[in-house]
Design a protein around this ligand. Structure first.
Ligand SMILES: Nc1ncnc2c1ncn2[C@@H]1O[C@H](COP(=O)(O)OP(=O)(O)O)[C@@H](O)[C@H]1O
Ligand SMILES: Cc1ncc(C[n+]2csc(CCOP(=O)(O)OP(=O)(O)O)c2C)c(N)n1
Ligand SMILES: [Mg+2]
Length: 345
């Protein structure tokens, strides 16, 4: 773990309250809406004219991350980023988070400091305030639960249910990188387990590995929508994979969609990794997951306002409900999109 034997403080020497106090001392607050943070029975947030947006996600060791190849600092950052991403997907500005952790005695104070270094780095990056949480022991691996709170003007909040036939379907960034990063890390883990002397072969794949280990939330788009005067008609973040998120927008909005494979954005490194693994790039982009990019729809009239935005790809359009959700392949074949999200059970 993140410390050597000489420099290890046992959690039992610190105790639950010692650990909480230690964590509290390092918190920086960025938002005036945080009246009171860590230290009482509840955090106090100020009353606001705006809507409050709340989202929570749970990260479990073995399901969401593997500590053999995940640095704790990256994990802390990712746990915050994936929650901030849900707030951004509502077109809201994230302001506060709570972080709850379940720990075993395998972790020392120094290891927790690494985790929180990532959490505080994300707080700084997204200007959110850590206002509370919970700390318990865990007998089932590391558990991290983050809740994010954000604000937006009532008229700015964007739901999954506002897409209309004729709207343009858009996505930020590029797709499939996080999935290929995971495949590479898992492959190297297997190699390492069978031969601990083997050197990892990850050179040339920094970008895709970074996409898996340290994803960024697209809070920048919330500001860009505001600046360009665009209010998306619907929006969702891509945690499960594009196909699954398109299905969510279509089901919630009671519409269909057409996506063009040739318009889907992919990075060179993702393409290279896909070809090494002999997985079709369309499969990776549609079903990969964990990209934490934003999928959204806009009125056709707003195209001019976003067409030169380098963060945005126009990948298709919204159709009527009866025509369902389809992808047009590079060869012109029309394929029904199925929700191939991450299967938990
Ligand atoms: N155990 C639960 N209890 C109550 N609501 C839940 C639970 N799990 C998920 N939800 C709600 O279901 C909706 C969809 O959740 P989810 O698929 O996890 O979305 P996301 O991909 O944005 O995290 C959200 O409104 C979420 O709050
Ligand atoms: C060790 C490990 N196994 C598998 C994955 C891939 N993975 C785990 S959960 C998930 C999908 C998103 O998780 P979920 O809890 O459903 O997020 P939500 O949709 O609620 O945001 C993916 C692609 C991973 N990142 N690490
Ligand atoms: Mg969720």
């Amino acid at each position: 773990m993140a410390e050597n034997r000489q420099n290890r403080t046992e959690l039992k020497d610190l105790g639950e309250f010692g650990l909480i106090n230690h964590l509290k001392q390092q918190v920086t607050l960025y938002n005036p809406s945080t009246r009171y943070g860590i230290g009482d029975d509840a955090a106090v947030l100020s009353e606001s004219e705006e809507e409050t947006v709340v989202s929570t996600d749970l990260l479990l060791e073995g399901v969401h991350f593997d500590l053999t190849y995940t640095p704790l600092k990256h994990l802390g950052f990712k746990a915050v980023a994936v929650n901030v991403s849900d707030v951004a997907a509502m077109n809201a500005i994230p302001q506060q988070i709570t972080v709850s952790i379940g720990l075993s005695n395998r972790f020392s104070k120094e290891a927790i400091d690494e985790l929180y270094a990532g959490i505080y780095a994300a707080c700084e990056a997204y200007k959110v305030d850590l206002v509370g949480g919970d700390t318990t022991s865990s007998r089932a691996g590391l558990v991290i639960s983050v809740t994010a709170i954000g604000r937006a003007k009532k008229e700015d909040v964007v739901y999954r249910n506002g897409a209309q036939p004729g709207d343009l379907l858009c996505v930020t960034g590029d797709l499939g990188g996080a999935y290929m990063g995971l495949q590479l890390l898992e492959r190297e883990k297997q190699v390492f387990l069978s031969n601990p002397e083997a050197q990892p072969e990850l050179t040339g794949f920094d970008y895709v590995i970074g996409r898996q280990l340290k994803p960024e939330a697209r809070t920048d788009m919330v500001h860009e929508f505001k600046e360009s005067g665009v209010r998306p008609t619907s929006m969702i973040d891509i945690s499960d994979g594009l196909a699954s998120e398109i299905m969510h927008l279509c089901t919630n909005s009671e519409v269909g969609a057409v996506v063009y494979e040739e318009k889907l954005p992919i990075d060179e490194e993702t393409l290279k990794a896909a070809s090494d693994f002999k997985i079709p790039s369309a499969t990776i982009m549609m079903n990969g997951g964990e990209d934490y990019e934003l999928l959204f729809t806009i009125k056709q009239d707003d195209f001019e306002k976003l067409k030169n935005n380098p963060n945005v790809s126009f990948i298709g359009y919204i159709a009527d409900k009866e025509s369902g959700a389809k992808m047009v392949s590079k060869g012109g074949q029309v394929i029904a999109i199925e929700a191939q999200g991450w299967v938990h059970f």
